[in-house]
Design a protein around this ligand. Structure first.
Ligand SMILES: Nc1ncnc2c1ncn2[C@@H]1O[C@H](COP(=O)(O)OP(=O)(O)OP(=O)(O)O)[C@@H](O)[C@H]1O
Ligand SMILES: [Mg+2]
Length: 149
């Protein structure tokens, strides 16, 4: 699954489709999206749109300084959206205090992680890779990794 978003509306539609796809594949653990891509690729924007599709009413901002933020949704399956931005984490010990293991075991959590590579030691294998890329002409590409079929 790969899309090129020419407009924010396209990205919103991708968020909608993505929720439909991951809803079909709920497991006994949290659904984790490993959002890959450079600065400005569109990771936070996608999380904002996933939030709006799930019925989050709070404004979702990048949790760069707090690292992690949770939002209640109105969705029947994904009751909580957890947004993690690991960009500022310099040592894996800083991730330990987040108690991610508790977050990753709850199947009602949709966990979106930016800069997961900073804390790769604690990211489960099952995390769904979503590659985000800023193309020329301000187009944004989103592609779901092969481990999600
Ligand atoms: N169709 C689109 N999809 C996504 N973002 C878009 C689109 N069109 C324009 N943008 C803009 O591109 C920027 C993407 O920035 P965003 O904060 O989402 O990137 P990021 O990958 O989270 O970067 P960082 O690594 O710094 O957190 C935003 O300003 C957003 O409004
Ligand atoms: Mg971001």
């Amino acid at each position: 699954m790969k899309i090129i978003a020419k407009t924010l509306e396209n990205t919103k539609q991708f968020a909608k489709d993505l929720i439909i796809e991951i809803s079909k594949k709920i497991t006994d653990k949290a659904t984790i999206l490993d959002l890959k891509g450079d600065l400005g690729a569109g990771k936070t924007t996608l999380v904002q749109m996933l939030g709006s599709e799930l019925g989050v009413t709070e404004i979702i901002q990048s949790p760069t300084f707090v690292i992690m933020k949770s939002y209640k949704t109105k969705h029947p399956l994904f009751k909580t959206l957890v947004h993690i931005d690991a960009y500022r984490i310099e040592h894996i010990d800083e991730a330990k205090i987040l108690k991610l293991e508790n977050i990753f075991i709850d199947p009602t959590n949709l966990v979106c992680i930016e800069w997961a590579e900073k804390i790769k030691e604690v990211i489960p294998e099952a995390a769904i890779k979503v590659r985000c890329e800023l193309l020329e002409n301000d187009e944004h590409q989103y592609e779901i990794g092969d481990n999600f079929l």
